[in-house]
Design a binder for this molecule. Structure first.
Ligand code: C2E
Ligand code: MG
Ligand code: MG
Length: 694
């Protein structure tokens, strides 16, 4: 005779809910554990085992409380606690199994069986905790099926959780919830089957004193479990978030490192290797050449007219040009070759192939051809050229430095021969480099020793044939090398900054001599002085000029400054200020070598100017080349429309003169009238020439 109990449906539902939640927590933890190692893994495993164990156990205990017999029941604390321990151990074991790297069939079956048996043993131990006077008997079929259910549920659960661990896609959450529901129902199924297997003797009495309030107890346990599981879930969520953040940080740190490494070795503008990486590549090439007892060339390349583009079209245009050049240089090369940019407009190319000079020359020619087709910048065609210097390993140097320095010397040599030249290094070139240093020292000394003189070349008004002004052109009376022209020393003076004191001397000397001619009774005429960019950028240029005018007593109206157009375009705003200051004092300003830069007409219109001087390269063939004549015509029209006087430089022949006259050019300057003359000869000429004019 057995007695039958009844279930409190609310508690049954609570137990199912707890089971589902415990499963869900377990799944989340399994994923977490699989993602950690070492101590963290151990902590998560233990914590997870506790949370999940408590979850399963409390489901089971609430399930028991949901069941009421007509007699009061109490529970043995010791045995109840034992059943809890079993639940925790089983959970720990299960988590351990599923968080492993692989789950073979054997591992799955062995693990699930052990786990199923564990869950069952927890259940039946829990049942034993009921304090009753008589033993509970079990229906063998139901008893067996409860164990089978436990094992099957375990197989399903382990399989699911393991596959969740491997999954990476976005459906993870949905899968996890669904699996938790299946698993929760399986666990409760096992429990209630086990309960159904129990046969309670009808004469059984509750043992113990106080019967407990089951609903209250179940509620408390349920709530506590719920909280434990929730906290565990939150912890695992936070931890996984932190872990992915950390992983993200590690990833971005790695990316940043790689980027820094890249930046340290590449030129930001062209993305070509920089000098550091070049050095490395050259050292590699040296090792390679040594092994094969071969040789290789290092090619130094400098753009010829880059500064002009940069100054007149702006830095953006210059940058674009450099990028285009970089692309162009990479074109004819093999992947093993290195093109690098080591400064402004300087590129170095190292060829990997053994260096047969003839082959090298061929490749360099191809590079040159590539550069000489027109680039398009700001929708304008820009023609550039480059100078190439080549040094060969090991003949011209056995270290990176030596190769670079010698290729640089060769490049200088090439440049001095005019644009687009290619030079192989030769020992004689270094003598040249020494010459430069020597020249620099000499230039300093020349300034102290007053070795400079000015020659003057008249500018003639075409309509009247009268000299309107003279241009001062500096010469160096070198004690050993004789009379040197600006071409021989102005570039060096500009490079070394010596142009500033030299330029100041020129202004002073020109004003002084002009004043002397006036004092000697010659009529007033203007004297023009060339101002180089370095000089123009000095803040106090207008102070220097005004100081000299005051000191010499020359009328500002008698001084004309010749500046190049590229100088203006370099910093139009700054140039505008300086020019306005100079011009407001009455000094004249002319644009020299007009047509060779890339002036922006918009700016040109705004500058306070008096004259345009057409570059002599347009005049040289004006009588033979219709293009040049057309350009000169345009410049003249343009100048006149801007209210500027237009003067042509380098007029040597009657034909040139006649054409300019027909084109309505205002004035000319050139050998046609006279070469630049020393001041005494000029004074002679002026005396005669000006007679009929003033
Ligand atoms: P620039 O200002 O264009 O000067 C005109 C140059 O053309 C002078 O050369 C002059 O001798 C030359 N020339 C004049 N008529 C003819 C001609 O009919 N045919 C040819 N082929 N050439 C002619 P120079 O004196 O050798 O000066 C060259 C450049 O050096 C000047 O070009 C100017 O840019 C610069 N320079 C001269 N003196 C100074 C100076 O005191 N300071 C600065 N910063 N630069 C100067
Ligand atoms: Mg000039
Ligand atoms: Mg000129």
């Amino acid at each position: 005779m057995t007695m039958s109990g009844s279930y409190d449906i609310r508690l049954v539902l609570l137990s199912v809910f707890i089971a589902v939640m415990a499963s869900y927590t377990a799944f989340s933890l399994a994923v977490r554990i699989a993602g950690t190692t070492g101590k963290a893994r151990f902590l998560w495993l233990s914590g997870g085992a506790c949370a999940m164990g408590i979850g399963i156990w409390s489901m089971h205990f609430i399930g028991m409380l949901a069941f009421s017999l007509p007699v009061p029941i109490t529970y043995n604390t010791g045995i109840t606690f034992l059943s809890l321990m079993i639940a925790i151990s089983v959970s720990g074991f299960a988590l351990y199994i599923v968080s492993g790297r692989n789950l073979g069939l054997f591992r799955l079956l062995a693990g699930s069986s052990l786990m199923g048996l564990g869950v069952a043993s927890m259940h039946y131990t829990g049942m034993q905790a009921m304090n009753m006077s008589m033993k509970i008997r079990y229906d063998p079929v139901l008893f067996a099926s409860s164990i089978v259910i436990a094992i099957v549920a375990s197989i399903v659960a382990l399989r699911i959780v393991f596959s969740l661990n491997q999954a990476t896609n976005g459906n993870l959450q949905k899968k996890k919830i669904l699996s938790a529901v299946v698993m929760g129902i399986a666990i409760t199924g096992m429990h209630y089957t086990g309960m159904a297997a129990a046969r309670f003797p009808s004469d059984m009495n509750g043992v113990g004193t106080e019967p407990i309030d089951t609903t209250w107890l179940a509620g408390t346990i349920g709530l506590a479990t719920f909280m434990i599981l929730t906290i565990t879930l939150i912890l695992s969520l936070v931890d996984s978030h932190l872990a992915s953040r950390t992983a993200g940080l590690v990833r971005s740190l790695k990316a940043a490192n790689e980027r820094l490494h890249y930046l340290a070795l590449h030129d930001g503008l062209t993305k070509l290797p920089n000098r550091t990486l070049l050095e490395d590549r050259v050292e590699q090439a040296i090792r390679h050449a040594n092994m094969a007892s071969g040789s290789f060339p290092l090619i130094f390349l400098d753009l010829d007219r880059f500064k002009r583009v940069n100054d007149s079209m702006g830095h953006h245009a210059g940058d674009k040009l450099l990028r285009d050049v970089a692309a162009c240089l990479s074109e004819p090369l093999k992947p093993d070759d290195t093109v690098s940019r080591i400064g402004g407009d300087e590129f170095v190319i190292v060829l990997h192939d053994p260096g047969d000079p003839r082959k090298v020359h061929e490749i360099v020619q191809r590079l040159r051809d590539c550069l000489s087709r027109a680039f398009t910048i700001n929708d304008q065609p820009v023609i550039i050229s480059a100078s190439f210097g080549i040094s060969m390993y090991p003949n011209d140097g056995t270290t990176f430095r030596a190769l670079l320095v010698n290729a640089d010397s060769a490049m200088y040599h090439a440049k001095s021969k005019g644009p687009n030249n290619i030079e192989f290094f030769s020992a004689a070139m270094n003598a040249n480099a020494n010459l430069r240093i020597e020249m620099e020292n000499e230039l300093r000394r020349a300034l102290e020793n007053d070795e400079f003189v000015l020659h003057y070349q008249p500018k003639v008004t075409i309509r009247t044939g009268c000299i309107e002004s003279v241009e001062a052109l500096v010469r160096w009376e070198h004690p050993v090398r004789g009379l040197l022209l600006p071409h021989d020393f102005i570039p060096l003076a500009e490079d070394t900054g010596l142009i500033v004191p030299l330029g100041a001397w020129v202004i002073q000397q020109a004003c002084r001599e002009a004043r002397q001619w006036q004092n000697a009774g010659l009529p007033r005429f203007r004297v023009a002085v060339n101002i180089s960019a370095v000089q123009f950028l000095q803040k106090d240029l207008s102070d220097v000029i005004m100081g000299v005018l005051r000191e010499t007593g020359l009328d500002p109206d008698c001084l004309d400054l010749e500046i190049t157009e590229s100088l203006l375009m370099h910093d139009p705003e700054g140039a505008m200020k300086t020019l306005s200051r100079i011009r407001s004092n009455g000094v004249h300003v002319s644009i020299d070598d007009f047509g060779t830069g890339y002036s922006s007409l918009a700016y040109l219109k705004q500058f306070p100017l008096d004259k345009l001087k057409i570059d002599r390269s347009f005049i040289a063939e004006i009588d033979k080349n219709p293009n040049d004549a057309a350009i000169v015509r345009t410049i003249i029209t343009l100048g006149h429309s801007l209210n500027l006087q237009v003067i042509a430089e380098g007029v040597e022949t009657t034909d040139q003169f006649t054409i300019l006259k027909d084109l309505d050019c205002d004035a000319y300057q050139g050998f046609y009238m006279t070469r630049p003359l020393p001041s005494d000869q000029l004074a002679e000429l002026l005396k005669n020439d000006l007679k009929g004019c003033r």
